[in-house]
Design a protein around this ligand. Structure first.
Ligand code: ARG
Length: 467
């Protein structure tokens, strides 16, 4: 048998795998990024094996020392990863055993099936924390942009048609709300990631008296009250990737939110809107048209949502036909999870950086927000306050808008006589409705885009997002 054959083939196999098989089945090219978590898991497993007497004190110490040396070598880029050894688990174990004979005992009552489930959970747990920090930073960037431009009004849109005036901050805070729900989803997902599968073996646990609780505690698999979190069914534990699906689903929704924010940014930087200007460092040029400044970060944020959604679909498709328990298909989960994690975190960070380097064009925002048509609904509300049923008020103001169009006048330039030609209920105070500043103070409901409420929301978020 060839020396380079993985331990998983020793004994039963007459020869090593063919080169094409090795290339096809390896995962070391991508799962090596789990190395730190793989070693952490092995350290905990070794400590537990020592406690139950499988390892002597000297053996456990030698294994721990060996794993620490390997850690330093990997960190220094000096560790030689071998494709013939298939994956991160066997690479590290083989190298450990080559140096420390007791390494051969490390895999006692452990299978790569529970090991890989453990590694992925440990990795994802860290990744979620990093992602949550990145999302909070993007939320802070949105709040800051809102605060810096606290008195800027823009039209709010429905159907991408001007609808009613809002504070720019109100629009930005809508994304802060969306991102907060993303955080909640990732936290919720975290609670199911944070469950220790080690001790499940290949699928049926072990006949050895493992101390699963100790391992869970050592690896921080505890809930908020410090209670250890252990998988309760060995078959489920090695075949379950629900936590990965949940992460990819929460990631897909986050990517969609980032894509929508990106779309607003793209629209707002266009000459047609001209609401914002992204600083040069965060835009790119055209290779042909010298005048162009393109919002490529936002466009890529929008574009990358496609692959993140794809990762979720790929993962679900991967799982749907699998019989119990572990099947090699599951090796395909990692690249999807890694790609989602990398893509959403980088996108979140870049969007935050871009927004921190974005200026608001007050003049164009004001010009757009001052379109009196945005207050047509306020004029209908005026009639409602005079006792007119809303449906009738809606119709009446519709007729006023039509009249203004015929007379080629902005709504707020109609005379009292012209207004009264449509309906006698219009009084001298009707045109006061078009005072935008006043109109904004009147939107005072909880969650409304009015002056007081937006300040309140900005303050609320500033406090919540304090670091
Ligand atoms: N590289 C494998 C994976 O990523 C590790 C588990 C392999 N287990 C096995 N029985 N072949 O899923």
């Amino acid at each position: 048998m060839k020396k380079t054959s993985p331990v998983s083939r020793s004994g039963r196999f007459a020869r090593g795998p063919g080169a094409d098989v090795t290339r096809f089945t390896e995962s070391i090219s991508f799962d090596r990024r789990l190395w730190r978590h793989d070693i952490l898991g092995s350290l905990a497993h070794a400590a537990m094996l020592r406690k139950i007497g499988v390892l002597s004190r000297a053996e456990a110490a030698a294994i721990t020392r060996g794993l620490k040396t390997i850690t330093r070598e990997i960190e220094a880029g000096k560790f030689r990863w071998k494709t013939e050894l298939e994956d991160v688990h066997m690479n590290i174990e083989a190298e450990l055993t080559r140096r420390v004979p007791a390494g051969a005992k490390l895999h006692t009552a452990r299978s790569r099936n529970d090991q890989v489930a453990l590694d992925l959970r440990l990795w994802l747990r860290d990744e979620i924390i990093l992602l949550l920090a990145a999302i909070a930073d993007l939320q802070r960037a949105l709040v800051s942009l809102g605060e810096k431009n606290a008195d800027v009004w823009i039209p709010g849109y429905t159907h991408l048609q001007r609808a009613q005036p809002v504070y720019l901050a109100h629009h930005l805070l809508a994304y802060v709300e969306m991102l907060e729900r993303d955080c909640e989803r990732f936290w919720d997902c975290h609670s199911r990631v944070n469950v220790c599968p080690l001790g499940s073996g290949a699928l049926a646990g072990s006949t050895l008296p493992l101390d699963r609780v100790l391992v869970a505690r050592l690896l921080g698999f505890v809930d908020v009250n410090g209670r250890p979190q252990l998988t309760q069914n060995s078959m489920d534990a090695v075949s379950d990737r629900d936590f990965a699906v949940e992460f990819c689903a929460a990631g897909a929704l986050l990517a969609v939110h980032l894509s929508r924010l990106a779309e607003d940014v793209i629209l707002w930087t266009s000459a047609e809107f001209n609401f914002i200007k992204i600083s040069d460092a965060y835009t790119t040029g055209s290779s042909l048209m010298p005048q162009k400044k393109n919002p490529d970060i936002a466009e890529l944020a929008r574009g990358k949502s496609g692959r993140v959604i794809g990762n979720l679909v790929a993962l679900l498709t991967l799982l749907k036909g699998l019989p119990m328990t572990y099947n090699r298909d599951l090796q395909e989960d990692k690249e999807r999870v890694f790609d989602t994690a990398d893509t959403v975190r980088a996108t979140t960070q870049l969007m935050a950086a871009m927004l921190k380097n974005t200026k608001v064009n007050h003049a164009t925002c004001a010009a757009a927000a001052n379109d009196p048509a945005l207050l047509a609904t306020d004029l209908a509300d005026y009639l409602v306050k005079k006792g007119m049923p809303f449906r009738q008020a809606h119709h009446t103001v519709g007729a006023v808008v039509a009249l203004a169009e015929i007379l080629d006048k902005p709504l707020n330039k109609l005379s009292l006589a012209e207004l009264q030609s449509v309906d006698k209920k219009f009084g001298r105070d009707a045109l006061d409705v078009f005072n935008l500043k006043r109109a904004m103070t009147e939107r005072s409901l909880i969650g409304a885009p009015g002056t007081k409420e937006v300040v309140k929301q900005l303050t609320r978020w500033r406090k919540l997002l304090q670091t």
